[in-house]
Design a protein around this ligand. Structure first.
Ligand code: ZN
Length: 466
């Protein structure tokens, strides 16, 4: 059998349409060559498949992508695909929550163009984040689909593997697959749909069982991305199948399961406003998640609302990690006086501070203020790994309170088993969903509007290009 040839690549980010911080080329890192092959880590050689890495561009979630960069990078992807010549397969790695002004379906445009280049006979398998959005255009142009089944995401590599396995099976003589999808009129935050908590824990566990049905290959539930005010924003059931009939049926079942559980979708942590967080602070080490400004969901990461409350309440032995401000980072190299907050245009208070001492490490200024240690990062970034603190020579044992910009806690912070509280703060990823500007989302959609009935209508997408 002749060696088959596939390409691998894509683009991944989450874009809050409520964020003033536009993403441009410098916000993305590009994985290419062997690094990209290693990321996917699939033994294509065993299937007599030669995998050609294109590029996989990835950024920390943020605001909308600048239209110019989006058009540029999409065109580059197409050119690189064309350069590879005939392709038997394409493995696309996408997140599914890009937002570009005046473009309704950025992933759809990307995938449709890719299909145009590789032709109808090429097998396209798509790997996705469960916080992504689908459309008929996307589904109509792919042959297989696999999305994460855990949030927080601990199965990213397994998902790449599932998408690569379906592609390899089809290229090794297996039946060509179809993708069925069914929008579900529910749209909540990741914090309300963690797979560590009910109802999603049980629903996602059932996907493995659905996979075993005849004619079914890979079952998925997309929660969607709530902080983009777009018509395509919705949850969805998605099933890769060899039998269209079974695919439609299982897709409807998954959609109904999620719909019927919608009233149980709730935060997996104790939560409330900033003052209730201060009032409930335990004496022993605890963690506050400043959720409205969480950069890993698209928040700007520069707001000082919670820091203001900590200073006002005189909370001691607190570590605030961190607030992003390139100008303050530079200022602190010269002076102990600085104004923190709103450094990247994310809003909130601007606090005049005087540092008792400061040192610099890893593009961060670690500042002592009264009894608070504040980390000022030069760039937008999260502090969700334990190594983020040790790298700054910070020992968490020295503190009573850790404040991070986060929604649900990342697995390493959860492993500390500390009491935790999610502050429902203002910002580009505000958890008060009903307060979000809502001009473009489909109506009705829970929890934005109330509706009683839902009849699943699975489809196999549509192709509409010349
Ligand atoms: Zn996600």
């Amino acid at each position: 059998m002749a060696m088959k040839k596939i390409a691998i690549g894509g683009i991944s980010t989450e874009c809050s349409s409520y964020s003033p911080h536009y993403q441009k080329e410098s916000d993305f890192v590009s994985l290419q060559g062997q690094e990209l092959l290693d990321l996917v880590g699939f033994p294509f050689h065993d299937y007599e498949i030669k995998a050609c890495p294109v590029f996989f561009n990835k950024s920390l979630p943020g605001g909308p992508i600048e239209a110019r960069y989006f058009e540029q990078i999409k065109a580059r992807f197409v050119v690189e695909l064309e350069t590879l010549g005939h392709l038997d397969g394409l493995l696309l790695l996408m997140h599914g929550a890009m937002y570009v002004d005046d473009i309704d379906d950025p992933e759809g445009e990307w995938i449709e163009l890719a299909r145009k280049v590789v032709g109808e006979d090429c097998i396209i398998s798509l790997s996705y984040d469960l916080h992504g959005q689908l459309t008929d255009k996307i589904v109509g142009n792919i042959d297989a689909f696999a999305a994460f089944r855990t949030a927080p995401h601990i199965d990213i590599n397994r998902t790449y593997h599932r998408a690569a396995q379906m592609l390899s099976d089809m290229l090794s003589g297996g039946q060509r697959m179809n993708v069925a999808w069914c929008p579900v009129p529910v749209l909540v935050s990741g914090e309300m749909s963690s797979t560590l908590a009910e109802p999603c824990r049980s629903i996602y566990a059932q996907l493995d069982e659905f996979d075993k049905s005849d004619g079914i290959v890979d079952c998925n539930l997309l929660v969607g991305y709530v902080w983009a005010d777009t018509a395509r924003a919705t949850a969805a059931a998605v099933v890769t199948c060899t039998s269209k009939e079974s695919g439609s049926m299982v897709c409807s079942q998954i959609a109904k399961l999620y719909w019927q559980s919608r009233h149980q979708l709730a935060f997996d942590m104790e939560s409330g406003d900033i003052d209730s967080a201060m009032a409930r602070l335990p004496q022993r080490f605890s963690i506050i998640a400043d959720s409205g400004d969480n950069p890993t969901a698209g928040g700007v990461g520069d707001r000082a609302d919670v820091l203001e409350a900590i200073l006002r309440h005189g909370i001691g032995r607190a570590l605030f990690a961190g607030i992003a401000s390139e100008s303050v980072y530079r200022e602190l190299k010269k002076s102990r006086e600085f104004v923190i907050g709103n450094g990247f245009g994310g809003g909130g208070p601007e606090l005049r501070c005087l540092a008792k001492s400061v040192y610099f490490r890893n593009q961060c200024a670690i500042v002592s203020l009264q009894n608070v240690t504040l980390v000022v990062s030069k760039y937008r970034r999260p502090f969700h790994q334990l190594s983020d603190f040790t790298d700054l020579q910070i020992n968490l044992d020295d503190y009573r309170l850790l404040v991070v910009k986060s929604g649900y806690l990342a697995p390493e912070l959860q492993s500390l088993s500390a009491p935790s509280f999610m502050v429902l703060s203002d910002g580009a990823v505000n958890q008060d969903l009903r307060a979000l500007t809502n001009n473009h989302r489909n109506r009705p959609s829970y929890p934005f509007q109330d509706l009683d009935e839902f009849a699943p209508k699975p489809s196999f997408g549509s192709k509409n290009y010349s």
